[in-house]
Design a protein around this ligand. Sequence first.
Ligand code: NDP
Length: 476
Amino acid sequence: TPADIGVIGLAVMGRNLARNFARHGHRVALYNRTPTRTRALVEEFGKEGDFVPAETPQELVASLARPRRIVIMVKAGAPTDAVIDEFVPLLEPGDIVVDGGNAHFQDTRRREAALRERGLHFVGTGISGGEEGALNGPSIMPGGTAEAYQSLGPLLESIAAQVDGRPCCTHVGPDGAGHFVKMVHNGIEYADMQLIAEAYDLLRHGAGRQPAEIAEIFQGWNAGRLESYLIEITAEVLNHTDAETGRPFVDIVQDRAEQKGTGRWTVQTALDLGVPVNGIAEAVFARSLSGSVALREAARDLPGPTETWLDSAASDRFAEDVEQALYASKIVAYAQGFHEIQAGSAEYGWNVNLGDMAAIWRGGCIIRARFLNRITAAYQADPQLPTLLADEYFTKALGEAQSAWRRVVTTAAQLGIPTPGFATALAYYDSLRANRLPAALIQAQRDFFGAHTYQRVDREGTFHTLWAGDRSEQRQ
Ligand code: NDP
């Protein structure tokens, strides 16, 4: 019997996805450039399901039912193009090529257009959840045509994480939509991690709490509205003691955060789209700053404040304030990410259902959280919502949190504890709700030095003032 699906690229992600398909009763054809990987998979896990190993691309293609469905899980970039080029001549119109790697959505748009010309479906698919997710149920974000999803969707949905009986997989939209949404998901993940790290830093260096005490505070938060995978694992990390030194594990890890690039892509794309995602950007910058060893070394002796700790009464109240600030800043970070998806969807004509995106992130991925239900509800109530902050539930939550949030940002500044995430989220909040922004002054400056013109609040039209002359106003 022909195989239901083929998996190409059997490193950790591909191998686990293949096993996940097989465990769900699908007959899975396997191919890897280096055949030892293929053999190893069958040897180690052959009993888990129905595998059809292939040693050549021709063999793989011949073993598949039509329309053929193949999932490519190789290194993103040039290797993905190489594999596509190798397989495309062997395929027939109607066949479906899935790229499950971490591709840039513009590459996906390019590949989709090229394969469409040959009558093939190209489905750029975001797959979240790392190797554990790939094996036990990831969150899956497929792009491509609706027709391709009809054939592919049931297979993907069967292996996805399931929450409340719903698979964490849905058709995101045409061409690059899936990889775009996966990219923004990662950007939000950067922001969420940064905010949690700042909360830890404030409790440690402002309130003077030890890592194990902070773990307990986080466990408490995880029983409430902040319940999420990231808060949960943070508590576990903070509770962990280094076996060798007996010190808190967090103290023996170098404080230089690394990145693979999807956060940077999220910010670069936001800049191109003109979408303010300062929370995500600060998270990316904070990682870069942490890794700037020479810069930090050169700045080590810069003067700081004399006051550096809270007294014990204040520090008890502070933990509650930090919870509020974290929740409020998290709402802002997600609002920015969803704004970017909305803008990308409008720019590329994807018609992405924003509420569905929050729903498929509830399981299988790093940012899974109770709070995502609120986002789904917000977009169900109003699919055109210009910003999540304007949703009734979030407006109320921000209103209740704002005093504490302001206290936290103020205290952080006074104590000299950097909180770029909390501070920029608050600045975004205050900028959006401002009646008048100083952008008016910027427009005036631009008109002064560059005759860039301005609009008036009281009349239609475009104007320029003769700054170097008699300062009369000209209608343009
Ligand atoms: P790698 O990114 O390490 O890629 C290794 C695989 O790519 C091997 O199967 C290798 O074959 C193959 N490969 C590399 N170059 C070529 C080439 N020129 N031609 C053919 N095959 C090639 O594997 P991972 O499993 O870690 O990741 C796969 C994809 O999934 C990547 O795009 C990655 O970004 C993404 N990923 C996603 C994660 C997530 O959480 N969603 C987590 C990790 C990865 P060979 O054995 O012959 O060398």
